[in-house]
Design a protein around this ligand. Structure first.
Ligand code: MGD
Ligand code: MGD
Ligand code: MO
Length: 619
């Protein structure tokens, strides 16, 4: 399926402008959602070396100036000495429009760039100036929405036009109602500045969301199991799973298509934890009652296992041999088995192979290979592929023995869209016109009321500027946790050491805490109409007033089915709504809550209690 806005993010991290280019050429980096080092320690597939801190330090010592646009100061490392613009959550599009208005009205935009590389600027301008709807999207208008002073917005706009400027967006902004808009609008703003494709200028997505973004390494794909072909054509956007279970047969819109939810009778879940990642968990618990059978693979007795009919115990990476590899990382890692599988645990692949045998196609699935034979085979294919790219790899035995190898893939001059800038016809973008679509005929033709033909400001379903904020006056940001990956290893030492009275810490501004009589390390209740959870208060002026930050990942621990959550899982509070009919993404960062002190009757956390295992019955 073609992606109208370009390639999906995971493919995009590989092509982002490399850190050495930013350190050498950028003068100003404006970071929406910061560039949070806490997130940069991972890659999809594995990581050989942590490089982000080093390159940010290099950039700063070269004199690059940073602006952190985020409700949380900690999204920018202290050593960046970033100017902090603590906007209201979910209002980035308004801020970007205000910046664009200043640039346009002061004639600072690059007409030649817009003419040569873009389509549809003239259809966007009437919206920007207010000619089409009577509301100029000027700095004063933006200030009323995002609560950054108009003069600050104007000054920043002039600075961005005068300097070699990179606009960087974290991935979190997409996880909000109308989360498509800030990415599109940031790209339009970068196009107006005319620096896309120049070293250190333009726009970048996902710096620090994965270490791969900006890593000065040439991407080399491969070393993945064959995916086979899915016989089932039915598709749903992943964030619509509760809708699907609750409304089989109901129609929904997605990216120009009208689709229907299938009637799902059995759920088979392997990898990923919906009781971690999904929004409005109390609603998911109800939806989860609909299918007749739920089967899961899990290494841990977590909420996913607790909500299954059949749990197939799966091994952790420590109990099997594997290869660690991400396409934009210089390392290939031999992951030697550290311990034999515990209890009855089996590798996911072995479980599927055993099922395939019972279904009569084991040979087609497992291709007659054992675990080590698979690793050898995948590595050999990768080695041949690498040789075609003139990268020499040792043979499998030498690699396995060495434990890790570093590939010669240095690429410290990569600039996003440099080839397009040099030759727009020879290197067109993956858009319908081949150019930057400030106005998209394709999206416009969908006729959606929640995503128009050009970026625009839509009020989120919940935000601090809404009437609903009178009843639930705090905006909940549920970002990625510092002490773990999502819900993984939450019972581990590192994660547990960070808890407050066994619960996930929630950051609250001193003024908001004082107004509620909340003191540091108090157990608090967070609530809205969707649910209630407990957490441990951490008072900090690193968070904007009116915002509370409760990271994701505390194992879901309801006192009763869909009742009080005791452990601090924010997803009992978040909103289960598609970002728009275009993308139907998750709106996790769009949620208003209230918070109060919990004085007595604080229930114990039971998230980590193991089940009672009954002795096997004789056959
Ligand atoms: N330690 C750790 N690292 C991780 C992960 C993890 O679980 N733990 N998860 C990995 C994964 S899968 C992903 S997708 C990436 C995610 O990478 P991101 O999506 O970039 O990470 P987040 O921490 O969710 O968000 C970054 C910051 O955005 C800010 N923010 C939230 N809402 C808004 C808003 O409306 N406007 C602005 N301007 N800022 C906002 C928050 O303060 C937050 O700290 O991280 C990866 N890295
Ligand atoms: N409120 C809110 N919600 C969010 C987000 C947010 O910012 N805010 N971020 C979203 C994002 S970006 C993401 S990527 C998702 C992440 O959501 P998930 O990817 O669903 O979260 P994980 O906790 O990583 O789930 C991995 C599960 O796999 C299990 N597991 C680990 N190793 C193995 C194995 O080898 N085999 C098997 N079978 N299982 C294994 C783990 O025990 C765990 O239960 O969360 C999303 N949800
Ligand atoms: Mo993610």
């Amino acid at each position: 399926m073609p992606h109208v806005l370009g390639s999906p993010f995971l493919d995009m991290v590989d092509v982002m402008t490399a850190w050495p280019v930013i350190a050498a050429h950028s003068e100003l980096v404006v970071m929406l959602g910061g560039i949070a080092l806490k997130n940069a320690q991972v890659n999809a597939g594995g990581i050989g070396r942590h490089v982000t801190r080093h390159w940010l330090q290099r950039a700063r010592s070269n004199g690059v100036a940073f602006v952190n646009v985020s409700p949380l100061r900690e999204d920018a490392a202290d050593f960046l000495e970033a100017e902090w613009l603590a906007l209201r959550p979910n209002t980035d599009t308004a801020l970007l429009l205000g910046l664009a208005h200043t640039i346009y009205s002061e004639g600072l935009h690059d007409r030649a760039f817009l003419d040569t590389y873009c389509v549809g600027f003239e259809r966007f301008v009437p919206y920007l100036t207010g000619e089409s709807d009577g509301t100029p999207k000027d700095a004063a208008w933006a200030a009323g929405i995002c609560e950054i002073p108009a003069e600050t917005i104007r000054a920043l706009a002039r600075r961005m036009a005068a300097k070699r400027t990179l606009i960087s967006l974290a991935w979190s902004l997409q996880r909000g109602d109308h989360g498509e808009q800030p990415y599109w609008m940031a790209t339009v703003l970068a196009a107006m500045l005319g620096q896309i494709g120049l070293p250190g200028g333009g726009v970048g997505y996902g710096y620090a969301a994965e270490s791969a973004a900006g890593n000065p390494v040439r991407p080399l794909r491969g070393l993945t199991l064959p995916q086979g072909e899915n016989a089932v054509q039915t598709f749903i956007p992943v964030a619509r799973i509760a809708d699907m279970l609750l409304s089989p047969g109901a129609p929904f819109d997605y990216n120009g298509q009208r689709l229907r939810f299938p009637d799902i009778r059995m759920v088979y879940w392997c990898g990923g934890n919906p009781f971690h990642h999904h929004q409005d968990l109390n609603r998911l618990v109800k939806a989860w009652q609909r299918p007749e059978t739920v089967i899961v693979h899990e290494p841990w007795w977590n909420a996913l296992a607790r909500h299954a009919d059949i749990v197939l115990p799966a091994t952790t990476p420590l109990e099997r041999n594997d290869i660690g590899r991400a396409s934009n990382d210089a390392h290939v890692i031999a992951m030697h088995k550290a311990v034999e599988p515990v209890g009855e645990a089996r590798n996911d692949h072995d479980i599927f192979a055993a099922l395939a045998a019972r279904l009569g196609f084991e040979e087609r699935f497992a291709e007659g290979r054992t675990e080590m034979e698979w690793l050898r085979h995948l590595y050999d294919v990768f080695r041949q592929q690498a040789a075609r790219e003139r990268v020499e790899l040792p043979d499998f035995d030498a690699f396995w023995e060495a434990g890790e190898i570093e590939l010669a893939l240095q690429d410290d001059a990569r600039v996003l869209f440099a080839d397009f800038r040099a030759d727009p016809s020879g290197h067109p973008l993956a858009t319908p016109s081949g150019r930057i679509e400030i106005f998209s005929e394709t999206i416009d033709a969908f006729g959606y009321d929640d995503c128009a033909g050009h970026p625009r400001w839509f009020e989120p379903a919940e935000w601090l500027g809404a009437d609903a904020a009178r009843r639930h006056p705090l905006h909940l940001v549920s970002n990625q946790p510092v002490t773990r990956l999502h819900s993984q290893l939450d019972p581990g030492k590192v994660s547990v050491a960070n808890k407050i009275r066994d619960r996930e810490p929630v950051l609250i501004h001193p003024d908001d805490a004082a107004a509620r009589g909340i003191e540091d390390r108090d157990v608090v209740r967070l609530f809205n109409d969707r649910g209630t959870c407990l957490a441990g208060a951490r008072i900090s002026d690193a968070v904007r007033p009116g915002v509370v930050v409760l990271p994701t990942g505390a194992w879901y621990d309801p006192q009763s089915p869909s009742g009080l959550e005791r452990h601090g899982n924010p997803n009992v509070l978040t909103l289960d709504k598609g970002t728009s009919r275009l993308a139907q993404g998750a709106s996790a960062h769009t949620a208003l809550v209230e918070m109060e002190r919990m004085d007595d009757d604080v229930p114990e956390v039971q998230a980590f209690e193991a089940p009672t295992i009954l002795p096997a019955q004789p056959e």
